[in-house]
Design a protein around this ligand. Structure first.
Ligand SMILES: O=C(O)CCC(=O)C(=O)O
Length: 293
């Protein structure tokens, strides 16, 4: 299993080109069935614990209904670390971004509960006080995700259109974006995912997901990586200030981000890459978001 997560995975030139052109790429059969089995249980358990602290779905905002969000599991649980620090996944991120090394921004479990709502269209880079667009999220479904369970969907090429980037994820963001014809004309790419498939999307790529119309939770793990050498910028929104506080506490504005929370997870220089032994002991980090209305 660890071997699967650290095994070299070659990324084809047409996959790099598609990622650059479309803002995302779907890669099939990247992770082995045994790896998926191992981590689906861990993430489902975290989500179940989280759900006990949440108000019922019908009392939440549109955002709150879209998924239960648990952040930086690696700080809390040693058993998720081989997945979060997977050299295979981090090396794919570096290849797609066409950079020599990547750091971890943070990880995040995104569990769309049974009958959970739509994930409104949004882009992520708006939340990140980082001076580069060389930032990517890997979205890892931990079981097959058919269309009716809300697989991730992408607006193809939307990373190249500077429209609606300043909108928080909400029903309003979705409605305002769709009023614009350039946005309405973009093709939408959505397809069912099989366990072992993953997607990678850029920070400015608009994405969303349909509701979960099934009685089973949609269990997904994600990691966000950015190019080594990227600098912290002065946060300009509430979301960016919060991100700076939580994920970039020891980094200085204008300087390359290099705190212990953002280790190098892939580099052409193996000595630069963090090992599981280098990581601090798990602590009581509380990355639960309040999903109330
Ligand atoms: O899982 C979802 O429904 C949304 C995922 C997402 O927004 C992300 O990974 O950036």
């Amino acid at each position: 299993m660890a071997a699967d997560l650290d095994r070299a995975h070659s990324v084809a030139a047409d996959e790099v080109a598609a990622f650059d052109r479309d803002g995302f790429v779907r890669l099939r059969r990247v992770l082995a069935p045994a790896t998926i089995d191992r981590y689906s249980g861990v993430v489902a358990q975290v989500a179940e614990e989280s759900a006990q602290h949440q108000v019922p779905l019908e009392q939440r905002s549109v955002y709150g209904r879209s998924f239960v969000q648990e952040m930086n599991l690696w700080q809390r649980r040693a058993d998720i670390r081989p997945l979060v620090f997977s050299r295979k996944l981090a090396s794919i991120a570096a290849a797609l971004l066409e950079v020599a090394a990547v750091r971890l921004y943070h990880d995040q479990a995104l569990v769309k509960e049974a009958r959970g709502g739509r994930t409104p269209w949004h882009c992520d880079q708006y939340y990140w006080p980082i001076d580069t667009d060389r930032v990517v999220t890997v979205w890892i479904p931990l079981h097959d995700v058919p269309a009716e369970q809300g697989p991730l969907q992408f607006a193809v090429g939307s990373h190249r259109i500077d429209l609606g980037r300043e909108l928080d994820i909400s029903e309003e963001s979705e409605q305002r974006i769709f009023r614009h014809h350039r946005w309405r004309d973009l093709p939408i790419d959505q397809s069912a995912m099989a366990a072992g498939d993953v997607t990678f999307h850029q920070g400015w790529t608009f994405h969303g997901a349909d509701p979960n119309d099934t009685d089973d939770a949609r269990v997904v793990m994600t990691m966000i990586y950015f190019a080594d050498g990227a600098r912290l910028i002065e946060p300009t929104t509430g979301g960016q200030r919060l991100d700076r506080q939580i994920w970039l506490p020891d980094s200085e504005v204008g300087k390359p981000i290099d705190s212990w929370l953002n280790p190098v997870v892939w580099s052409g220089d193996p000595a630069a890459v963090v090992t599981l032994e280098d990581l601090p002991d798990p602590g009581p980090f509380l990355g639960t978001f309040d999903l109330g209305g």
